[in-house]
Write a new protein. Structure first.
Length: 269
């Protein structure tokens, strides 16, 4: 392949990874606006000097540049919040340095420990230790009630089993938008796990927004085969989004983080 094609190929790879970069940046900074600012800064840095990607593949290098810019800015988390989001910041301050970012990179973004080590600038063994530390600290911090919105019975049973084994109480499983709203009214959950496309062709997104509008803000995790419906860049996106087929580790990690931070923005925010 000629050198003339290299810039175009790098640009293509950067473009493909922007939705995931925004997801990680939002989770890392605590807000869509702040996350997008850092994600844009990372892209601008790479476009200005592509040598910053030397020694890594494009995806790892992109996340490394983002993390470096965020860390050099003092690793800011959104401040001045109240209510649940203020509590989330207090809990965040208790975590071991770099552990949450390492966990996000490993379980949500799918990076290997060696790639995580490159991104955050530590040895691979330390990256592995950070992930384990984050898991322990988050899993031990809080338990609560969980609603599952999922129309496929086998998947619903699997998710229910994973969450129950973590020590959380399952309020029930809803297969449609109307069932979800009714279940929420009967037993308001602390956390919602939702698919997007439901049994009667209703929308899990609509179901979640109905519940949040009626019952107030609470963390939501979408587990879906259609992540592109949420990672559009057109509106605020969910902090916790897992693609099907999922892994047990992804579910455990997201539930632990969602319970730990006790807050997420609604899709209508």
């Amino acid at each position: 392949m000629s050198d003339a094609n290299e810039p175009r190929n790098i640009s293509d790879e950067l473009g493909e990874n922007i939705p995931y970069l925004r997801r990680f940046s939002r989770a890392m900074t605590g807000s869509q606006q702040s996350g997008d600012m850092f994600a844009a800064a990372a892209l601008e840095a790479i476009l200005a000097d592509r040598s910053v990607l030397d020694g890594t593949d494009v995806r790892t290098g992109l996340f490394k540049v983002l993390y470096g810019i965020w860390a050099s800015a003092g690793a800011p988390i959104e401040e001045g919040e109240s209510g649940a989001r203020a509590k989330a910041q207090v809990r965040l301050a208790t975590l071991t340095n770099n552990s949450r970012e390492a966990l996000l990179l490993h379980t949500i973004e799918g990076f290997s420990f060696s790639a995580i080590a490159q991104i955050i600038g530590v040895e691979q063994t330390e990256a592995e230790e950070l992930v384990e530390i984050a898991r322990r600290e988050m899993a031990d911090s809080a338990t609560g009630s969980v609603m599952i919105i999922e129309d496929e019975a086998i998947i619903a049973m699997d998710i229910e089993s994973i969450v129950a084994e973590m020590g959380h109480r399952i309020t029930g499983v809803a297969r449609t938008r109307n069932e979800a709203v009714a279940l929420g009214r009967k037993d308001p959950p602390d956390l919602i796990l939702a698919d997007i496309q439901l049994a009667d062709n209703s929308s899990g997104i609509d179901a979640v927004n109905d519940i949040l509008t009626e019952m107030g803000t609470r963390p939501v995790i979408f587990i879906t085969a259609f992540p592109e419906r949420l990672l559009t860049g057109d509106k605020p996106e969910p902090a916790f989004l897992i693609s099907k087929p999922y892994t047990v580790e992804q579910v455990v990690s997201s539930v632990s983080q969602a319970m730990f931070f006790s807050s997420t923005e609604t899709l209508n925010a």
